[in-house]
Design a protein around this ligand. Sequence first.
Ligand SMILES: NC(=O)c1ccc[n+]([C@@H]2O[C@H](COP(=O)([O-])OP(=O)(O)OC[C@H]3O[C@@H](n4cnc5c(N)ncnc54)[C@H](O)[C@@H]3O)[C@@H](O)[C@H]2O)c1
Length: 313
Amino acid sequence: MSAVPIVTGGAGFIGSALVRALLAGGAPRVTVIDNFSSGKHENLVEVADRVDVHEVDIRDFEAIAPLFTAGAMVYHLAAIPSVPRSIADPVPSHEVNIDGTFNVLRAAREAGAKRVVYAASSSAYGDTEVLPKLESMRPAPLSPYAAQKLMGEYYCSVFSSCFSLETVALRFFNVFGPRQDPNSPYSGVLSIFMKCVLAGTAPTLFGDGEQSRDFTYVEDVAGLVIKAATAEGVSGMVFNAGNGNRYTLNETWKLICAIHGVEIAPNYGPPRAGDVRDSQADVTAAVRCLGHAPRFTFEEGLRRTLAWYAESG
Ligand SMILES: NC(=O)c1ccc[n+]([C@@H]2O[C@H](COP(=O)([O-])OP(=O)(O)OC[C@H]3O[C@@H](n4cnc5c(N)ncnc54)[C@H](O)[C@@H]3O)[C@@H](O)[C@H]2O)c1
C-alpha cells in the first residue's frame, strides 16, 4: 500500500482543491497539516471522513516531524500568501514561508518521504519587462513575500542536490476559483471581483487597471501539482504553473460583469506597493516535462467561480 499523501496548507483555498483532486484521483486518505490561520474546516467538509487533519504549525518542527512517513508524497502549500501582508508585517511571513518551509523539507527528508512538491510563486519574477516569463530569467523579487517564496525554491533545490530529497517547485500564477476568501484586505483580486459583482458594487482597482495577470483556474493548478509528483527526471527543478495567457484587470472586471449580465464601472485608487505590472507564464517546460494540460478557459473558470460564490452566499 502506498503511503498517505501529505498536504500542508490543505485547509486553504488551493490546498483544499488539491486534497479533493487527490481523493478523486484514487488516494484513499489524505493527511492535512494546517494551523488554520487562513484555512477553514468548511473547505474540507465534504471530504472530512477521508482526511486526517492535524492542526499544527509548520514553524514547530517537533510538532510536524512525526506526521511525515517514509515514501509519502508531500505537497507543501502552507504559507502566509500575501504581498501586502508581508510588507505590513514581515516577521510572521518570514518565519512561516522560510523557516516553516525549511522545517517541512527537513521533516520530509528525515522521514524518507518520496518527494516534496512546493507551491512557489510567480512573484519571484518581479517587474522584469520581458513577457512571457521563462524559468531561466533572473528572479527580481519586489516584496518580502516574493523573496521568501524564492528562498523556498532555493531550499527545495538544495535539499535535492545535497540531501537526495526529490523536490519540484511550481511557480503559481494568480490562482482563482471557488473557496478563495474575498473577505480580507489581502484577498486575491478575483475573489473580490466576485463578491462585488454579486453585491452590485464597484471594486477599487489599484492604479489604472491596465496591470495584467495570468489567471489560472484552481482545478488546473491542482491537476498540475499532482502531475509534478510523479514526473520523471525533474527533481530540483522549477516550473511555471500558469495558463500562458494574460488579462488586464479592466478586461477581467468587464468579463465578469458580462457573465453576470450587469454593467458597473470600477473605482480607481493609488497603485499598491510591491505589485508587479504584468505577469504571464511561458508554460513550455511544464507542458513538456510535467504534461501540463489546462482544461479550463479563463471564461469557463470565471463562470464556475461566480456560480460557486452565488450558491455559497
Ligand atoms: N493564490 C495564488 O494565486 C497563489 C499564487 C502563487 C503562490 N501561491 C502559493 O500557494 C499556496 C496556497 O495559497 P492559497 O492561495 O491557497 O492561500 P491560503 O491562505 O488559502 O492557504 C494557505 C494555507 O496555509 C495555512 N498556513 C498558514 N500558515 C501556516 C503555518 N504556520 N502552519 C501550518 N499551516 C499554515 C493556512 O491556514 C491556509 O490553510 C501558498 O504557498 C501560496 O504562497 C498562491
